[in-house]
Design a protein around this ligand. Structure first.
Ligand SMILES: C[S@@+](CC[C@H](N)C(=O)[O-])C[C@H]1O[C@@H](n2cnc3c(N)ncnc32)[C@H](O)[C@@H]1O
Length: 230
């Protein structure tokens, strides 16, 4: 597990992240309308919020941020409750505490050094999300998604790639394809119309570089699943 790297990485970029995410506005704008309906009047848990919210917080009854990085959480506005924890272990929260759990551009950071470990990490995070959701509540993922070909390539090269990343101090990342995410839960998939010039690394290494989102190797997709009643 490379959690230490994840924490160190996000702690170090935290001072610049929220400022740099102006470069991500086209991504957030594309889903603001969809999320308004999900959060209105609801208790919302934002997992890995980084102090940036792709929805209008004032619509929600309450917003709580869970993040592995205390430095990222330090940038969360005062009206948001904060908890330092890993998405794989949401034990600070009781069962059925929230109406909506959101991972915005954070789910692929729940990862580890091998495909099997990364898939176990993401499955654990989703199990925790469903545990803390009330029946009828919404689980929402907003993710950069790989095509089947790029996904197969990522899986084939994953272990050496993550080993190289670790040597360079870069935390593990595991991007999914739409089909592989749909195997994890009964997701409805929404394909937001995203256009404009965006930071290709999604603020990970904040920089002035901007590219048209249409040429990215990933597509941004919104996944929403409902926790069954009873
Ligand atoms: C790229 S930022 C996304 C921030 C924001 N949600 C957005 O849409 O711009 C990823 C966030 O996920 C957090 N994170 C990474 N791994 C995590 C984990 N295992 N558990 C909880 N948070 C995690 C990071 O600290 C960071 O705040």
């Amino acid at each position: 597990m490379n959690d230490r790297l994840t924490v160190a990485h996000f702690d170090s970029i935290a001072p610049d992240y929220a400022g740099a995410t102006g470069a991500l506005d086209p991504l957030y704008d594309a889903i603001r309308g969809e999320l308004a309906a999900v959060v209105a009047g609801k208790d919302v848990l934002d997992v890995g919020s980084g102090g940036v919210f792709p929805f209008n917080r004032r619509l929600a009854a309450s917003v709580t941020s869970l993040d592995v990085s205390a430095e990222m959480l330090a940038r969360v506005p005062a009206d948001v409750a904060r908890v330092v924890a890993d998405a794989r272990d949401m034990s600070p929260f009781s069962d059925e505490s929230f109406d909506a759990v959101l991972f915005s551009l954070s789910f692929h950071h729940v990862a580890a050094g091998t495909v099997a470990q990364a898939e176990a990490a993401q499955a654990a995070a989703l199990a925790e999300a469903f545990r803390v959701l009330r029946p009828g509540g919404r689980l929402v993922l907003y993710e950069p998604v790989l095509s089947p070909v790029f996904f197969a390539l990522e899986r084939a090269l994953f272990k050496p790639l993550m080993a190289l990343f670790a040597l360079a101090g870069v935390p593990p990342l595991y991007f999914r394809s739409r089909a592989s995410l749909k195997r994890l839960a009964d997701f409805d998939v929404i394909l937001p119309r995203v256009s404009g010039w965006v930071d290709p690394l999604s603020g990970t290494f904040p920089s002035p570089l901007r590219l048209p989102v249409a040429i990215f190797p990933t597509r941004y997709e919104l996944f929403i699943a409902v926790k069954p009643l009873g």
